[in-house]
Design a protein around this ligand. Structure first.
Ligand code: NAD
Ligand code: LMR
Length: 443
């Protein structure tokens, strides 16, 4: 089998060790000849890079491994770029979550004003790594799961329309794992129909390969328990704040009981609840939970490996939920026609929705990339919510391209999470100051 060369962009990410461990666990399906880490923060990446170098020497010495901040070294001779960058890192995520609270609005990584602010920062970083990839390895594919995925995907559509960038999110994967537990199946045994935008969608069917439909059984379960399951099968979303979110799905499904909702809809359907909840502990948001949890654990592990000069007995956890990234790479490399929920240009997949919207739908993925499966007509309630939200996402990208203060104000005003144009303006002025050089100048 062909061996691949992979670069991980955002090498200093808290997800890097788990994804490297997952790839080592999948070498029989996706063999590696080279693995590189690339980041624009050499100090942060250096800690993970040094630890992974020790680990790879012990566990997979046949793979050439390096970590670098030099784009030419990183992006030359690579087949796949796995991209998980966070422009502004956790310091800025914390601001995305806390600045809106000053204005009576909740703050979140990808939804509402926090997501809009993060989107504005991410576009520059994403364009930078796409351009490096195309310059040094024109045949390379980027598997992108950097957030906020909806705005990043729209920016790619507008600004790099022919680039080989595949946008995918782990939330549909994680929730399917929960659904499979609810019905006593494995995720691989189930096939879904789904429509929406990223972090804004609904499952309309969950069937096994024999065609048995489970949606009614799962709807009944979610109406009582949300997506809380007995055993943690979705290893990515387990912290206390996530348990709260899984539970809240029972209130989301109550509004539109015919389909199974994406958990992120809580931010759009219950913004007042989320705000009040955050007011209870305004100094401790999700960013703090991750910094004190995942980030601390991952970097503590790395430092211990470096101190011992060996990874024996201190191996990083395998991010087994991230196997979808290998499935996607294999689909491209081996034309497997894997069925995956991805973020793609609509072009009729949702019949009563604009062609040029970036939507999240099941796709068949092969050598030429994803082909969307048609999901037909969607009901007016979901269609209207989606149209409002996709217009917010488009306005953010237009504001970025045109340096337009006006469009950014409109984006914040239109967001279902912001109560008025006045608050949107006050928020925008605050976000401009807090984001400084990370944002293009808005005039
Ligand atoms: P993190 O801050 O730990 O890591 C991000 C890394 O990106 C940092 O080391 C930072 O220096 C680097 N970076 C920022 N801008 C860059 C640029 N222009 N070029 C190169 N590197 C750059 O963040 P994290 O919590 O590990 O998340 C990383 C990303 O993955 C986020 O966008 C997050 O939303 C997304 N994400 C991925 C998954 C998944 O399934 N893997 C799940 C949830 C979130
Ligand atoms: C993370 O940091 O894990 C995220 O990107 C999603 C979340 O859990 O808030």
């Amino acid at each position: 089998m062909k061996k691949f060369s992979v670069v991980i962009a955002g090498g200093g990410s808290t997800f890097t060790p788990g994804i490297v461990m997952m790839m080592l666990d999948n070498l029989d399906r996706f063999p590696l000849r080279t693995l590189k880490l690339y980041d624009n923060d050499g100090d942060r990446q250096g800690i993970l890079g040094e630890a992974l170098e020790i680990l790879l020497k012990e566990q997979a010495p046949e793979i050439d491994f390096l970590y670098t901040t030099d784009p030419e070294v990183a992006f030359t001779d690579v087949d796949f770029c796995m991209a998980h960058i966070r422009v502004g890192k956790y310091a800025m995520r914390e601001k995305d979550e806390k600045v809106p609270l000053r204005h009576g609005v909740f703050g979140q990584e990808t939804c509402g004003p926090g997501g809009i602010a993060y989107g504005m920062r991410s576009i520059t970083g994403m364009l930078e790594i796409i351009d490096y990839m195309e310059k040094y390895s024109p045949d390379c594919w980027m598997l992108n799961y950097s957030n906020p995925a909806a705005i990043v995907a729209e920016a790619c559509r507008v600004l790099r329309p022919s680039s080989k960038v595949l946008n995918i999110c782990d939330m549909p994967v994680g929730t399917l794992r929960r659904m499979s537990q609810i019905v006593g199946k494995t995720p691989e045994e189930l096939e879904v129909r789904y429509f929406g935008l990223n972090h804004f969608g609904w499952w309309t069917s969950v069937k096994d390969k024999e065609g048995h439909e489970y949606i009614d059984q799962i709807r009944e379960y979610v109406s009582e328990n949300g997506y809380l399951t007995q055993i943690e099968v979705d290893t990515q979303h387990t912290d206390p704040s996530w348990q709260e979110t899984h539970k809240k799905a029972k209130d989301i499904i109550a509004v539109a009981p015919e389909y199974l909702p994406n958990t992120y809809l809580k931010y759009y359907l219950y913004p007042d609840y989320v705000f009040e909840h955050m007011q209870g502990h305004p100094e401790f948001t999700r960013a703090n939970e991750v910094m004190q949890g995942r980030e601390k654990n991952v970097f503590d592990h790395a430092r211990e490996i470096i101190k011992n000069g060996s990874a024996k007995g201190i191996a990083f956890d395998i991010d087994s939920h991230a196997t979808f990234i290998v499935d996607l790479a294999r689909a491209i490399a081996f034309n497997t026609h894997e069925r995956m929920v991805m973020i793609v240009e609509n072009n009729g997949a949702i019949a009563n929705f604009p062609d040029d919207a970036m939507v999240e739908v099941p796709c068949i993925v092969g050598t030429d990339g994803p082909e969307a499966l048609t999901q037909g007509q969607i009901p007016a309630f979901q269609q209207a919510l989606m149209f409002q939200q996709v217009t917010v996402e488009k306005l953010v990208v237009e504001a970025y391209v045109e340096n337009s203060y006006q469009k950014m104000w409109q984006a914040l005003t239109l967001s279902k999470t912001v109560p008025s144009a006045q608050i949107a303006k006050e928020l925008l002025d605050d976000l401009i100051i807090e984001n400084g050089e990370y944002w293009p100048e808005l005039r």
